[in-house]
Write a protein that binds this ligand. Structure first.
Ligand SMILES: Cc1ncc(COP(=O)(O)O)c(C=O)c1O
Length: 464
């Protein structure tokens, strides 16, 4: 269940409390505070929390269910759908009967969650024990633990072909945290370009650090470098696997980006969030290898192990590293040590290498299942054979929202492209993640996904 946004009910207002409550929840869903797939508290819990009767909360939920903002299944609770389905291509048919969801509610086919099913719990426990066997730190190095940095160096060389030395990199608290740190060492009032669509947590980190965010267009070859305006301090991008469109940046664009960065004094922030996960697609040179003088290469343990570690790394030119370390020292902020120790232990035992092999195999198979499920609906899956998500293009926003709503009604949380835009949306689609659910749940959910996608009749190959 989600944390509820604050709801203020005014007993002196003319509108009934149930109407006020429905309005508040609808606004939260429309504004993104509540997300599709979020499970709402029971009417009893919400009534107790707000100090109103259950009649009020039940009436509000009934209203949202009737409008299509929420979907409910007996015994499983009430879920946010996102936006009321319009009169678009979605038909209500008897096969809208809900599937049995997993214990936690909707089967999660949204992007961004790692695959924990293949993480060997014995190896996980061993690594935590090994981390705990080391004595506590008296004065942790703000640049990061030496063993962690050595482990990352080996990992980068094996998995990404990047020949960095331990001294070239800093431990981080993960990519979004690192982006926040980087933004804080930029001159005040700096403008930073971000791929659009793109990773909204990075946009959030930049904005929270006081940076002005400039959306940059992306096409099938990645960031459209020639359109990047002059005067930026940095450009954030995901060249290995554009998030969320799923293509990699072409070699020509990579060269052009590094060349412009050198000429115009930008930092290039290379988010290599799932670069280790590629199945049938040749790696291209990392920006961090092409332009080590202008590129900050960012990696994370969130996708290949778990966000529990809260740990990542950055490889950056010396002057920038010095500034970051100085800021950490001055502010007493440094990445947590436990995650670094656990990652180093996983690497040292060989468990990380074994896990990565299993993970790649599993995700490659899962991806093939999703591609087949999408094709069975007469639609096309786009994106390179890499990572843990792909894109299903759709003709318009209305279809996208309707399919997300319909899927939620059938027990599946889907992710619309709509929430990944920083500027104006210029395309619609579904970003289908395939890492989160256990394999058995995924297989069942994909059957339902095919049925749901079939309702997107206007873009089916060969017509209806
Ligand atoms: C594009 C992108 N970058 C980075 C991350 C990982 O970020 P963090 O290391 O902050 O968990 C994710 C995780 O979902 C992501 O989707």
């Amino acid at each position: 269940m989600i944390e509820m946004p604050p709801v203020v009910l005014d007993r002196s207002a003319p509108a009934p409390l149930s109407v006020q409550l429905a309005d508040a929840l609808r606004t939260a869903a429309a504004g993104g505070t509540l997300r599709p797939g979020d499970r709402l508290p029971s009417t009893r819990e919400l009534a107790a929390a707000l100090g109103v009767s259950r009649t009020v909360t039940s009436a509000a939920y009934d209203q949202l269910l009737a409008e299509g903002w929420a979907a409910g299944r007996r015994g499983a609770g009430t879920f946010v759908v996102g936006a009321a389905p319009g009169p678009g291509p979605v038909a209500t048919t008897p096969d809208d009967a809900p599937v049995e969801p997993g214990a936690a509610g909707l089967v999660d086919l949204r992007a961004g969650t790692p695959c924990l099913e293949v993480l060997d719990r014995a190896a996980w426990r061993r690594a935590w024990r090994a981390a705990g066997d080391q004595p506590p730190d008296q004065a942790p190095d703000p640049a990061g633990d030496a063993a962690f940095r050595a482990a990352v160096t080996t990992h980068l060389l094996r998995s990404r072909g990047l020949g960095a030395l331990p001294g070239d990199l800093l431990a981080t608290g993960g990519t979004s945290a690192a982006i926040g740190e980087l933004a804080r060492v930029l001159p005040p009032g700096s403008r930073v370009g971000v791929e659009d669509p793109g990773y909204q947590r990075v946009v959030g980190s930049l904005r929270e650090a006081g940076v002005r965010v400039v959306p940059l267009r992306v096409d099938d070859d990645g960031l459209v470098v020639e359109e990047v305006p002059a005067g930026l301090a940095a450009v954030y991008c995901t060249p290995a696997h554009q998030y969320p469109l799923g293509r990699r940046m072409s070699a020509a664009r990579r060269m052009a980006l590094v060349t412009r960065a050198r000429a115009e004094g930008w930092w290039v922030l290379e988010d290599d969030y799932d670069g280790e996960l590629r199945y049938d697609v040749a790696p291209l040179p990392l920006l961090g290898a092409l332009g080590p003088d202008v590129v900050v290469h960012l990696g994370t343990t969130s996708k290949i192990v778990s966000p529990t570690l809260g740990t990542g790394w950055l490889v950056a030119p010396p002057a920038l590293r010095t500034e970051l370390v100085a800021r950490r020292t001055a502010t007493g902020t440094r990445p947590g040590r436990a995650g670094q120790r656990v990652f180093a232990a996983l690497a040292a035992s060989g468990d990380l290498a074994r896990h990565l092999r299993r993970l790649r195999r599993e995700l490659a198979e899962r991806r093939a299942l999703v591609v087949a499920a999408v094709a069975a609906a007469g639609l096309r899956a786009e994106g390179d054979a890499a990572g843990a998500h792909l894109l299903v293009p759709l003709p318009d926003d209305a279809t996208e929202q309707a399919l997300v709503a319909r899927a939620a009604g059938r027990g599946i949380a889907l992710d619309g492209l709509g929430r990944h835009w920083t500027g104006t949306a210029t395309a619609a689609g579904l970003v289908v993640g395939f890492a989160a659910p256990p394999r058995a749940e995924l297989t069942t959910a994909l059957g339902v996904l095919t049925e749901v996608l079939r309702s997107a009749a206007p873009v089916r190959d060969g017509g209806a």
